[in-house]
Design a protein around this ligand. Structure first.
Ligand code: IPD
Length: 279
């Protein structure tokens, strides 16, 4: 039987490639920075332009499909996952990196049907690495199959997470306590590349062994979660329960053993849900 979503995946790769070109061009000129929820929640005209480009290109080809896009939601669009074929888009994942020319900047797109991720595309456009994953068909970087490290011992792991201060001191304290708890296991090290989707692709390709984060969004997770799963990794909630795309929390790991052990070192804190207003 032919794959009903193959055409969507092909179009997704095309549009991510175009978006990546726009982002690379924009890096050559001055970048005007605006703020969203706080002084450290950055957005640029390029984020907004690239999201419009992606959505208009997909809409022209697939007019009945639904969208959840980071900048559309910031502008007031609903963030509700339905059973419809839905494109979940982060036009620039790593906006702070983009503003500083730090080279982990990607276009991240996940595609769901009946709330299940069918495929993910993450284009790390400065590195020129195109990660793709189709459910049941493996994960690839620039067309070459990728695999997680398979590491099962957390003490042998290179772990990724993100460190930032976003208004709430309680969340900051919990995040620092988690960092301390994981570092003192001890693990081989913790890195913080600045893009959730790139973090997941690093785990998927075996360059890192685990990534944990509470406080990100469905558009940061959808594309990368497909890549990790198809590369043989596991994606779970930070509690160890099943991964929930709208929960704003995840662990992506090289093995279930690493994910499970990591949950024991992470104290959960409330980050709300992406669909809190809608379902
Ligand atoms: C951000 C990145 C970053 C994470 C932030 C996200 P954005 O996405 O994924 O790694 O720490 O929480 O908001 O805003 O650059 O698309």
């Amino acid at each position: 039987m032919s794959d009903p979503w193959q055409e969507c995946l092909e179009h997704c790769v095309e549009v991510a490639t175009q978006a990546g070109k726009v982002i690379r061009e924009a890096l050559k000129s001055d970048i005007a920075v605006m703020h969203k929820s706080s002084q450290v929640d950055l957005v640029t005209e390029t984020d907004q332009r690239v999201e419009r480009l992606i959505i208009s290109s997909i809409k022209a080809k697939f007019p009945t499909h639904s969208f959840i896009g980071e900048e559309s939601v910031a502008a007031g669009a609903p963030s509700v996952l339905t059973d419809d074929p839905t494109w979940i888009i982060d036009p620039i994942d790593g906006t702070t990196n983009f503003v500083h020319g730090f080279p982990f900047v990607c276009v991240s797109i996940g595609f769901t049907v009946k709330k299940q991720i069918e495929f993910g595309v993450v284009y790390s456009c400065i590195e020129d690495k195109m990660y793709t994953a189709r459910k049941g068909k493996g994960a690839f970087c620039n067309g070459v199959p990728i695999k997680v490290s398979g590491q099962e011992d957390l003490s042998q792991c290179l772990v990724l997470t993100e460190v930032c201060f976003k208004k709430d001191p309680h969340r900051f304290d919990a995040m620092m306590a988690n960092l301390r708890s994981v570092l003192t296991i001890p693990v081989h090290g913790i890195r913080s590349p600045g893009s959730a989707a790139v973090n997941m692709c690093l785990v998927a390709s075996g360059a890192a062994d685990a990534y944990y984060h509470a406080g990100i969004h469905c558009w940061d997770m959808a594309g990368g979660a497909a890549v990790v799963t198809e590369a043989g990794g596991v994606v779970t909630d930070v509690s160890g329960g099943p991964f929930d795309l709208m929960s704003r929390r995840l662990i992506a790991a090289s093995s279930r053993a690493v994910a499970e052990r990591l949950t024991r070192h992470i104290t959960e804190f409330n980050v709300g849900r992406d669909d809190a207003d809608g379902s």
